[in-house]
Design a protein. Structure first.
Lengths: 384, 210
């Protein structure tokens, strides 16, 4: 007979039921009577309760915003809804970004420099006001970047898509103001990168008016600015949902941002400082919160995003709105060694499709580095 | 406790009303009312997703599996006779698809090192760590470590224990409902939960969390 030799064993088998209030009154009384005289069982019950309480602290995780749409599409085909398999990269990075600190693309401002010709007039004017010397260096840098072509196809084993080919133009249309972006600067105290020589090549390729930062980066909530408008809006809905449900944090760097940015003239009203601290404009947040069904209000969300100013300069930090998220110029902490994040060529293609700026970095043989929380990652090809 | 005029506690009455409403949605769906099925999805998608996510431990699989649950439910509407509650029926589908995915994954084996999926798996812990309650980076880091440890330990449980634990802990199911969902006696649920908690305690303690 079980437990004949150990009276505690039979009692301990009831501990979960006791904690979950699943014991009948009689059995409960028996167990409690035993516990009143058995310190060992009491300790074990306490341990079990503590571990149960710990797991109860894990935050709830809800379905993505477009879940209902996808189920509907799956049970009532045909539909023009984008298959989930095409969106995995988006979901992955969106989640990671919303989760912690945003993505950091090494030397993105430098890459975007070459797209200046298509930037809005306001940015053009500002660029003309900038130092001529820097402009000439930028031209030289552009030439160097463009020399490094077609490398990613060999590295990652894919053929460039039309979307990839259009990426530079689209990047310029995204409203990134290169003129005020913090440029990458080579430095002896710079970040130790796995592909250090390539990083140095980038640094050489970009003008360096300031020697304060070892490596220019852009912290962002998203790589992408180049997706078609409907899909961007849908992705923004995902992000809104995930932000709400997972109690997503403010990106660390943005959270440390200064108070309310000054309002550029002739632009939409500024978001509240609190919203800024959370890495997204209040207007967008509000639209996202109200967008429970995901479909009907995507246009409204997109419209609201367009109303927001394209960039802010706040206390020597510059924020740029791309695809509904605020990117911030920043630095990779000295001595950071990113963990290799392996991706197959298929995964890489998917990421490039969603975040074409990756294509630009890869084309220039530059490392794609970003952070999630305190951990830094570098996207690398997975060896088969 | 306050009683209504039928003598039932209000909470119980609400649950019964909800179950009747669920059954009505299933009937309407079977008659071809797409709005009814949409409502069923809206009603349960978050609960199903949460349990599946905790069971498989990553968003990519959770998304695929939760979607599959509702697709299978839709395809199996005609087979639903009302013997079970709608939500235990949905969760029994969820348990099946999640178990199958886990077995497929273990057959294929997993890559060493960090992968894209691996990053997604890390993100929830980080998200939790940076929740609004942790204004101090040290607190956030500590919460991150805690959640990562909890998720790691949960992943070590055998699937039967893990399923029972997830249904109980993350959806608050009663033992009888878990038994119905998993197709096993309530006594089995009790012993699985007991064993699951013992193992989790040992694992979490081994990681220095407790």
């Amino acid at each position: 007979m079980p437990h004949r030799e150990d009276p505690c064993a039979a009692i301990r088998e009831e501990f979960s039921a006791l904690l979950d209030d699943e014991l009948g009154p009689a059995r409960r009384a028996e167990v409690e009577a035993h516990l009143s005289g058995c310190a060992a069982c009491l300790r074990e019950l306490d341990a079990m309760k503590r571990v149960s309480d710990l797991y109860a602290t894990l935050p709830p995780v809800a379905a993505p915003a477009d879940f209902e749409t996808r189920v509907r599409a799956a049970v009532q085909p045909p539909s023009n809804v984008v298959p989930w398999s095409r969106r995995r990269g988006v979901a992955l990075f969106t989640f990671a970004v919303a989760a912690a600190a945003g993505l950091v693309l090494v030397a993105l401002p430098g890459l975007l420099e070459r797209n200046a010709a298509n930037a809005p007039d306001r940015m053009q004017t500002a660029r003309q006001d900038s130092a001529d010397g820097a402009g000439r260096e930028a031209d030289a840098a552009e030439d160097k970047v463009e020399e490094a072509t077609a490398k990613p196809a060999e590295l990652w084993g894919y053929a460039a898509t039309p979307a990839m080919e259009n990426a530079p133009v689209a990047a310029a249309e995204s409203g990134f103001d290169q003129n005020t972006a913090k440029p990458p600067v080579p430095s002896a105290g710079g970040v130790v990168m796995p592909r250090e020589s390539k990083t140095v090549a980038l640094s050489e390729a970009v003008p360096a008016p300031s020697a304060s930062s070892p490596m220019a980066t852009v912290e962002s909530g998203d790589f992408g600015s180049l997706r078609p408008e409907p899909e961007r809006a849908q992705i923004a809905d995902d992000e809104a949902r995930e932000n709400r449900i997972d109690t997503m944090p403010p990106p660390a760097a943005v959270a440390a941002a200064p108070p309310a940015p000054p309002a550029p003239p002739a632009l939409a009203p500024m978001p509240a400082p609190a919203r800024m601290a959370k890495g997204a404009p209040a207007r967008v947040d509000e639209a996202k919160r109200s967008d429970k069904n995901g479909l009907g209000k995507t246009k409204e969300l997109a419209d609201k995003k367009r109303e927001a100013p394209a960039d802010w300069q706040v206390a020597d930090r510059r924020f740029v709105l791309i695809d509904g998220r605020w990117l911030q110029g920043g630095e990779i902490p000295a001595g950071t060694k990113p963990k290799a994040l392996q991706a197959t060529s298929r995964e890489f293609k998917r990421l490039v499709r969603e975040f074409p700026l990756i294509e630009q970095l890869a084309t220039a043989s530059l490392p794609v580095v970003f952070s999630v929380g305190d951990q830094w990652y570098e996207l690398k090809p997975k060896k088969s | 406790m306050q009683q209504n005029h039928h003598g039932a506690a209000p909470a119980v009455l609400l649950r019964e009303v909800r179950e009747q409403a669920d059954a009505g949605l299933v009937e309407s769906s079977m008659r071809g009312d797409p709005d009814a099925f949409d409502e069923l999805v809206r009603r349960y998608m978050d609960r199903v997703y949460h349990v599946i996510y905790r069971f498989v431990g990553n968003h990519e699989d959770a998304m695929d599996l939760a979607q599959e649950v509702f697709v299978r439910a839709y395809q199996g509407l005609s087979a639903f006779r009302g013997q079970a509650q709608v939500y235990t029926w949905l969760f029994s589908i969820a348990a099946n698809v999640a178990r199958n995915r886990l077995r497929d994954r273990s057959r294929k084996g997993r890559d060493q090192g960090v992968s894209l999926d691996g990053l997604a798996e890390e993100a929830p812990a980080i998200a939790a760590a940076h929740a609004s309650t942790h204004s101090n980076p040290r607190d956030a880091a500590s919460a991150q470590e805690l959640h990562a440890a909890l998720e790691d330990c949960l992943a070590t449980l055998p699937e039967g224990f893990r399923l029972a634990f997830c249904l109980r802990t993350f959806d608050g199911m009663r033992y009888e409902q878990i038994a119905e969902t998993l197709g096993c006696p309530p006594g089995t649920v009790k012993s699985r939960l007991n064993e699951a908690r013992k193992r989790l305690h040992a694992c979490v303690q081994g990681k220095g969390v407790l």
